[in-house]
Every structure is written in structure tokens, then in C-alpha cells.
Design a protein around this ligand. Structure first.
Ligand SMILES: [Zn+2]
Length: 397
């Protein structure tokens, strides 16, 4: 019986080996398509701890099934490497003998020798051990994966309101690992909020909602940085507050702020995930500036007075902001990771009593007073202009 060492020696006699110096010289000479394809055949976790820059990763176990994706041209030279040059020797033999590659070599001494020579190693960004565990169910979904999770951790999402919609959104986006959550709310927690505003607690009645929400987020996920704005959004502060955020989640309950937010977000080209609720009815949409309609394309004038919750206290099913808020949170995650079809140009209506969803197409208005224009031309004075709002609310009684 040949020993493992015999077998390895035999394999190495059948393949070509190259010294790391040769690989390095090749790379510095021609960084174009004529240089060999460099393939790292180690396991995923080894690759993540550091690899040769520009190397493609095809672990040895997947070599047969995946190498053609990484190196489609079988006449182009291929250099394989592993940790020490043994696994890559076996892999080289298999590429040449079984898969028809014409010019395959295995790098002597693997990445260990490469590092000893002081050549460059690239360490890709990775999750910490704790994050790998925390977000494991995300990483397992191909649409999110490691890359998507890193995008979530880098994302800055601004929540307007830490109330009915803002509470579930804050909790789920925090749980999902959105790295920065800005929260704008000038209110304090009231007993009547607790029927639906699940980020707050009995103990925190009387506490500013931004502080209460921050506490809830910290308890859930210390990865999240919370930026608090205990203020009301108005024309004087909106540009300063929203600038730099990747996505804005609109949970505000009044139309003047909605129009103001729309105009400012169009000017800064920030997508807004918007929802509103009343009674048993909710609606949700995504306003992506210049990609789809804006809020003013949808509502050139305020909706009918009876649908204007800001005109006074209105009843709402306590669960409804949860349902709608989580639809918003879902849209935020899709926008951040770039998965699926966002609700751009679509308005989804939810009727909780009927348990039915209705989707309406919304088109951009070519004459929209805001998004039909060059964003730079929208002046501060024009933003949030909302004709007859006082009269409108007065008429609603
Ligand atoms: Zn518009």
C-alpha cells in the first residue's frame, strides 16, 4: 500500500509546480488578461482570513463543478494554490487529467511561502464570530449572504417618527443589523402609545421616545449606532438631518411634513419608504427620486380630509402599524442589499378587516412641481409648500 506521502510525491511528479516568485513576477509584469488565472483552492474560512489579491476562490471540494465558471478558457494558464502546496497539487492533476485544462501549475509552498516572502495578501472584510452567529440566518439566504449583511451593517437609515410605524421598524431593522439608525421624534412616551408602539414600555412612560427607542435597540443589538434627533422635522432643519442617509423611512402622521420630506428627499435623491395607517387600512409605497413617482406625483393635493389623521386623534387597530411597519422594514432591507423588486411606482393598500391587499400602479407625473425638475433648482422657499393646509384641516373639522 502506498502511503499518503508516496501518493503526494507521485502526484507532484505528474504536475507542474511554480515558485511564488514566478507568480509574483508574472503578476507585476502583466496585470491584464494574458496573466494566469490564480485560483485559491482552500476552504471558504481560510480564504476569508487572507488571500492573494485578485485570486478567485474555488475550494477543492467544488473544483469540478465550479472551475469552469472561474476559468472558462481552458487554454489560458491556471495557477492553483492552497496553504502549503499539497491540496493544490492534487487539484492541478485533476484539472489537467480530468477536466482538460492545458496549462495548469500548482504554487510551491502555498500561501504560507507566499507570505514568508513578504508578498501582498488581501484580507477581505468579514463578520466577527459573534456577528456570524447573530446574522447566520441572513447569510444563509443567497439574496443577502455575507455581502448583503455587510451592506446592512454599513447602511444608514433614518426613521421619521418612533411611534406606531417607527417602533416595529426600529426593532426589526436593529435586529437585521442596520449599522446606523437615525431617529427623529420630539414626543415623549404616553400610556396611550403602548397599545401599538412596541419599542416603548410602561417603565419608560414620560421618557422621550428617541431615548426609549434607543434603549430598546441597544437591548436588542449592540452593533447598531443610534443617532437621535429629539425635534420636529421642519423646513429649517430637514436638509441638515436627512443628508447622508441611504434610505428614509416615513412614519410621520401629518401631511405638511410628508410634502416637506418629499421635496427635500427628491432634492437630495434619497429614497423614501412611506406608509400610512388609519383604522383598519394601511398603505405603503417606495418613492425613489427620478426612478419612480414621488409623493407629489401620487398626491398633487392632500388626500380627502377624512383620510387626514393629522387633523386630530384617530383610532387605529394596534396591530396595523406592525403590519405596515414591517412591510416598510422589508422594503428598506431590499433597497439596501439590492434584492427583489422594490415598491417603486406601486402603492399597496392593505385592508385588515377584509384581509386583502390591493396594488395600484403609480406613474410619474411629467408636470410634477418637484420631481419633473432639476433637483438643484428646487429652492428652500419652495420646499414643503402646501397650499391651504390650514383651511383643509379646518374643513375636516
Ligand atoms: Zn413627482
Amino acid at each position: 500500500m502506498p502511503t499518503a506521502a508516496d501518493l503526494l510525491r507521485e502526484v507532484k511528479e505528474q504536475i507542474r509546480e511554480v515558485d511564488p516568485r514566478e507568480v509574483q513576477d508574472d503578476r507585476s509584469r502583466n496585470g491584464d488578461g494574458s496573466s494566469p488565472v490564480l485560483v485559491d483552492v482552500r476552504e471558504q474560512n481560510e480564504y476569508e482570513q487572507g488571500h492573494i489579491p485578485g485570486a478567485v476562490h474555488v475550494s477543492k471540494g467544488f473544483l469540478e463543478s465550479r472551475i469552469e465558471g472561474a476559468a472558462p478558457d481552458k487554454s489560458r494558464p491556471v495557477v492553483l494554490y492552497c496553504a502549503s502546496g499539497n491540496r493544490s497539487a492534487y487539484a492541478a492533476r485533476s484539472l489537467e487529467r480530468d477536466l482538460g485544462y492545458e496549462n495548469v501549475s500548482s504554487m510551491t509552498g502555498g500561501i504560507t511561502l507566499w507570505k514568508d516572502r513578504g508578498y501582498e495578501v488581501e484580507v477581505p472584510r468579514a463578520l466577527t464570530a459573534e456577528q456570524r452567529e447573530r446574522y447566520s440566518r441572513h447569510v444563509l439566504i443567497p439574496e443577502i449572504g455575507l455581502e448583503g449583511q455587510l451592506k446592512l451593517l454599513d447602511a444608514k437609515v433614518l426613521l421619521l417618527g418612533a411611534g406606531g410605524l417607527g417602533s416595529p421598524i426600529a426593532l426589526y431593522l436593529a435586529a437585521a443589523g442596520v449599522g446606523t439608525l437615525g431617529i427623529v421624534d420630539d414626543d415623549v412616551v404616553d400610556l396611550s402609545n403602548l397599545q401599538r408602539q412596541v419599542a416603548h414600555t410602561n417603565e419608560r412612560i414620560g421618557v422621550p421616545k428617541v431615548d426609549s427607542a434607543e434603549q430598546a435597540i441597544r437591548d436588542l443589538n449592540p452593533d447598531v449606532e443610534v443617532v437621535k434627533f429629539q425635534t420636529r422635522l421642519d423646513a429649517s432643519n430637514i436638509m441638515e438631518i436627512i443628508e447622508g442617509y441611504d434610505v428614509i423611512v416615513d412614519g410621520v402622521d401629518n401631511f405638511p411634513t410628508r410634502y416637506l420630506l418629499n421635496d427635500a428627499s427628491v432634492r437630495l435623491r434619497i429614497p423614501v419608504v412611506s406608509a400610512s395607517i388609519l383604522g383598519f387600512d394601511g398603505q405603503v409605497s417606495v418613492f425613489a427620486p427620478f426612478e419612480g413617482p414621488c409623493y407629489r406625483c401620487l398626491y398633487p393635493t392632500p388626500p380627502p380630509a377624512e383620510l387626514a389623521p393629522s387633523c386630530g386623534a384617530n383610532g387605529v387597530l394596534g396591530v396595523l402599524p406592525g403590519t405596515m411597519g414591517l412591510l416598510q422594514a422589508t422594503e428598506v432591507i431590499k433597497l439596501v442589499v439590492g434584492a427583489g423588486e422594490p415598491l417603486v411606482g406601486r402603492l399597496v393598500l392593505y385592508d385588515a378587516l377584509a384581509a386583502s391587499f390591493t396594488e395600484l400602479k403609480v406613474r410619474r407625473d411629467p408636470d410634477c412641481p418637484v420631481c419633473s425638475r432639476d433637483p438643484e433648482s428646487i429652492s428652500d422657499e419652495e420646499m414643503g409648500v402646501f397650499p391651504d393646509y390650514e383651511a383643509f384641516c379646518a374643513a375636516a373639522g
